[in-house]
Design a protein around this ligand. Structure first.
Ligand code: ADP
Length: 253
């Protein structure tokens, strides 16, 4: 990380509009739904603009194959997959290096909140499928996975919310599109944060930033995760709150 501010950094204080007409802090239109896959134990759908992801959870169930069971806690299995038609040029089906990496970082993030010790010798499977990709698929997948786990009734210490912030076209922006990620100066910083403790469970970076830029990005990501958490809570309430019922679940899942 260099400590010299980039020449365009201070442009960011202006509210110059982005290629798709958004202000720097604007999300793309977000849609979040819980319980979209009837056959799964828990599921969720998350849409950030043209990025659309479904997550489904099965378990806890006895570990299969049995010799891989952990006598102390459940094994969390996370699979991220992009469908062939999710990107402009048909993607070869099946896992690749990128999907293996994303599956791993999602698993690492979720392992910080799921109470795995409650289910020794069991497995909990989380499948995340990208239907359409326009950047930010790992944060959409993680946001959906967290909700799908809650929908499956799996105990979690707190909910995880995630967003990608970064630099594009001389501005520090929230929720980058693929077009922005392809800008010459682009740096993408996916961030996942838990709702109560604000603990960061995922943070990646694919370019050089000044310390000033990095701090601005982290600040925007933190504020964005609070807003996404409110949307996750609303989606859960929409499914689970009964007509006329008063529910106070602030900070509790
Ligand atoms: P994320 O989707 O979390 O931002 P990346 O930064 O690796 O992860 O990918 C950015 C975007 O690049 C994806 O959302 C997708 O739009 C595009 N992309 C990724 N992999 C492929 C691929 N194999 N073919 C075409 N586009 C891809």
């Amino acid at each position: 990380m260099s400590d010299k501010p980039s020449k365009d950094f201070h442009e960011n204080i202006t509210d110059r509009l982005r290629p798709d007409g958004r202000k720097p802090d604007d999300f793309r239109p977000i849609r979040i739904e819980v319980g979209v896959i009837k056959r799964a134990d828990g599921s969720a759908y998350v849409e950030f603009g043209k990025t659309r992801v479904v997550a489904a959870v099965y378990g806890p169930e006895p570990m299969h194959p049995r010799h891989l069971a952990d006598p102390e806690k459940a094994v969390l299995i996370c699979r991220y997959n992009m469908l062939p038609f999710s990107v402009e040029e048909r993607k070869k089906p099946g896992p690749d290096r990128r999907s293996i990496e994303i599956s791993k970082v999602v698993k690492d993030a979720l392992s910080t909140v799921v109470v795995l010790e409650e289910f020794p010798k069991c497995m909990i499977s989380v499948d995340m499928v990208v239907l359409e990709a326009d950047a930010g698929t790992r944060v959409a997948a993680l946001t959906a996975a967290s909700l799908a786990l809650a929908d499956a009734g799996i105990p979690m210490r707190e909910m995880i919310s995630a967003i990608a912030c970064g630099r594009a076209n001389g501005q520090i922006v929230v929720d980058l599109t693929k077009e922005e990620e392809d800008a010459e100066d682009a740096v993408d910083v996916p961030v996942a944060m838990s709702s109560l403790t604000k603990r960061i469970s995922l943070l990646q970076m694919d370019g050089d930033l000044t310390i000033e830029e990095f701090e601005a990005i982290l600040d925007k990501a933190s504020k964005s995760c609070v807003k996404i958490h409110a949307m996750q809570r609303d989606a859960l309430l929409k499914k689970y709150k009964k007509e006329g019922e008063e529910v106070d679940i602030d900070g509790e899942y």
